[in-house]
Design a protein around this ligand. Structure first.
Ligand code: KE4
Length: 428
């Protein structure tokens, strides 16, 4: 028995599914999750000494690669001063100033500990500001595990086949309406059927939790226009896209400014930081300045803030990183599109910048219906074929793979070579 298998057996006795987040359990691909001991650059090493080229990147945070010197040293300096004080600390101000400078929609920002806290808090602000109760999300969109969002959710919820979770009460779900991503009529219809009742539309500006699905040309702008016409606030959930697709996230890349933005992943550089922010008139409603309550024992934790500050500072001072990520992403895309030749009836590919997904689907994947129609059995065999070749992909067809600046052209070429072999086997 491998050490991963032994650890997994122990974990299953004391933790639900043996993991602390469902999508890590290999539930949709089968087999034993690899217990990871270390990471460096683009590579992770498991407890049995196997090395993997990592395309999960902790589900997005590791844009600089694992164990980046500046991040490790920043955490070390903070650690030498203590871990948590339950009081404001200098780093929180510096990180907030940097977020405000980088993200177009953000005048004020509040730090929390996860993307889930960020989205639940942003929705609360929107409901308070509009005095409306309903929220429109998109089928296959994932915004963390707060009750209001576990309705037709993507990511791990879709992976496990529970897009609408037990335990979410009828009351909690009643105010959540579900539209179709890239289908403007579905948004317009819901707004018209619920005139004056919709506090916010929340969306991933580039969907990542049904696999990577870009917005159609003009879709984001049109949703912005519908929000303005209906007095509904627009929340961009940039937990995944923020600081990844551009220094200012997808809102900077596409030039569409939401009313509120939620952030996570990259903002913490691998430590637990989430955030929500927006224009002053909305954010000054948040306690203690305003009446909208939101709090957190470890919010703005000095160690986590140090990791986030080192990461964002590096991204801010090295804007060429985004050109590098685009170059690596294009190389990966060119390689996969060559592999798709003659296989367009079986495979489809989407990419935006450093996030991408290969779908085992015959047509273009433009939303949940086409994404969920992909062949999960073929994906599972592909996943394990790549894993055996030392390529660690997200263990779910409803996730995006991520590149970091630590990836190299040789990494990309090795990945394409492995995929060529595996696809030959799987699609034979
Ligand atoms: P967290 O609560 O997991 O920090 O963030 C929730 C969240 C919110 N919004 C978006 C767009 C997200 O992608 C996420 C979390 N993403 C998943 C994977 N796609 C995290 C991985 C996991 O659940 O273990």
């Amino acid at each position: 028995m491998s050490e991963s298998e032994s650890l997994f057996q122990r974990a299953l006795r004391v933790t639900p599914g043996g993991v602390n987040s469902p999508v890590r359990a290999f539930g949709s691909v089968g087999g034993t999750p690899r217990f990871i001991e270390s990471g460096a650059g683009s590579v992770m090493r498991d407890v049995d000494g196997n090395e993997y080229l990592d395309y999960v990147g902790s589900w997005g945070p590791m844009i600089l690669g694992h164990d980046h010197d500046e991040v490790r040293e920043a955490i070390g300096r903070a650690l030498a001063r203590g871990t948590s004080f339950g009081a404001p600390s200098p780093g929180e101000v510096e990180l907030a100033e940097l977020v405000v400078e980088m993200v177009p929609s953000v005048d004020l920002v509040r730090f929390v500990n996860s993307g889930t806290e960020a989205t639940m808090s942003a929705l609360r602000v929107a409901r308070a500001a509009t005095e409306q109760d309903k929220v429109i999300k998109f089928r296959g969109g994932y915004h963390g595990h707060a009750d209001a969002f576990l309705v037709e959710a993507g990511s791990g919820a879709a992976t496990l086949g529970v897009p609408s979770s037990p335990g979410v009460t009828e009351g909690a779900a009643r105010d959540t309406l579900v539209a179709e991503f890239n289908d403007l009529d579905s948004v317009r219809t819901l707004l018209e059927e619920n005139t004056g009742q919709v506090a916010a539309i929340i969306l991933e500006p580039v969907a990542g939790n049904m696999g990577c699905v870009p917005p159609r040309d003009g879709f984001l702008e049109a949703v912005r226009g519908l929000c303005d016409a209906h007095g509904t606030l627009l929340i961009f959930d940039e937990v995944m896209t923020g600081f990844r697709l551009a220094p200012g996230g997808a809102q900077a890349l596409y030039g569409v400014v939401p009313d509120l933005t939620t952030m996570g992943k990259v903002i913490g550089g691998g430590l637990p930081v989430g955030a929500f922010g927006g224009r002053e008139s909305l954010m000054r409603r948040v306690a203690p300045e305003g009446p909208v309550y939101q709090a957190g024992t470890l919010s703005g934790n000095p160690l986590a803030v140090a990791a986030g500050l080192a990461t964002l500072s590096h991204l801010r001072s090295h804007p060429d990183i985004y050109a590098r990520l685009e170059s690596l992403g294009q190389r990966l895309e060119d390689g996969f599109r060559h592999l798709l030749e003659g296989r367009h009836d079986r495979l489809s590919w989407n990419r935006v910048g450093s996030m991408a997904t290969l779908f085992f689907s015959s047509g273009p994947v433009t939303g949940w219906e086409s994404a969920s129609g992909a062949d999960r059995g073929l994906f599972s065999r592909y996943f394990h074929g790549m894993l055996e070749r030392g390529i660690y992909l997200p263990p779910s067809p409803f996730e995006a793979a991520f590149l970091s600046v630590a990836h190299t052209e040789a990494d990309i070429d090795r990945t394409i070579q492995a995929a060529d072999e595996v696809l030959d086997e799987v699609l034979r």
